[in-house]
Design a binder for this molecule. Structure first.
Ligand SMILES: [Zn+2]
Length: 297
């Protein structure tokens, strides 16, 4: 009997010990809130892609925006459409570069690229919308280079700076539209600028291999001279304060000067070359300039 009790005590002791062990295990490892698995923070490096307006023939005018800093710089290509298609290709190459190297845009900056301000003009020589390659360019662009828009208006004579209905291009008369901002393309650029209020605007054209300042009726803004010199020095293009080859009215850069936004015109050397390295150097210098002069965020 004594042996029986001893064995029973041992069994109870083992069961008791197991209960203690199970309770300890449960309260130690099981009675806890299940931890939420850590989710890696993914920074969206994709640009903000917007259709900011439509051309006369309803082709989209697109804007690609990188970064979300306070200092907003705008680049515009293709104001003169197919006639200056290389300025559009340069803008697309810059977009590709920003997508590949998002760190290029510092924290305090936002960069927007409007690659093709006159998409109907580009369509005339390329035959497609949006992205294109040099091989898409028509071999015979002499008949209709697509410089003006579908209404026959030179868009860079349709802005609000000393606008006149009949403007000039190389001393030849060109239509500047029925009134200031009569064209959907110029309305699009105007509305984007007034909404986003960029710190400066860079227009890519061709073909003089120069960087021009801008002015309307109150002289050149000091900041315009600064960025003209920064871009010209880094790119190797000539810096020219005042375009005096022929009279220009209603140009976009002059309108920007009239509303106190510095603007420069960068003209590539030819109508067929992108001159990427030169322009990348100019862009880098410009962004470094703003990075050094703006307040850290
Ligand atoms: Zn042009």
């Amino acid at each position: 009997m004594k042996r029986f009790f001893s064995r029973r005590t041992t069994i109870f002791s083992i069961i008791f010990a197991m209960l203690i062990l199970c309770s300890f295990t449960y309260f130690t490892f099981c009675n806890k809130t299940t931890p939420v698995p850590s989710v890696p923070i993914v920074i969206n490096l994709e640009p903000k892609h917007e259709v900011i307006g439509k051309s006369v023939e309803q082709r989209p005018i697109e804007a690609f925006t990188y970064g979300n800093g306070k200092t907003h710089i705008l680049f515009v290509g293709g104001m003169h459409g197919g006639y200056e298609w290389n300025s559009v290709l340069l803008a697309y190459q810059f977009i590709d570069y920003l997508s590949t190297y998002p760190d290029f845009i510092k924290k305090n900056m936002t960069v927007t690229v409007i690659p093709s301000a006159n998409p109907d003009g580009v369509y005339k020589i390329v035959g497609k919308e949006g992205r294109f390659a040099i091989t898409d360019i028509s071999s015979d662009i002499s008949k209709d280079p697509g410089r003006v828009n579908v209404n026959g208006v030179d868009l860079n004579r349709n802005f609000d700076c000393n606008w006149q209905p009949k403007a000039t291009w190389k001393n030849n008369p060109v239509s500047a539209g029925l009134e200031v901002f009569s064209e959907p393309e110029t309305q699009t650029i105007r509305d984007f600028i007034l909404k986003d209020n960029p710190v400066s605007v860079i227009f890519w054209h061709s073909m003089s291999g120069s960087v021009y300042a801008s002015e309307c009726n109150n002289g050149i803004l000091p900041e315009t001279l600064n960025i003209m010199n920064v871009y010209a020095k880094a790119s190797g293009y000539n810096a020219i304060k005042t375009f005096d080859s022929y009279a220009i009215t209603g140009d976009s850069e002059g309108w920007l000067a009239s509303i106190n936004i510095p603007a420069i015109t960068v003209e590539l050397k030819t109508h067929e070359t992108v001159e990427w390295e030169q322009n990348l150097a100019g862009i880098k210098a410009l962004l470094d300039y703003y990075n050094s002069t703006s307040t850290p965020q």
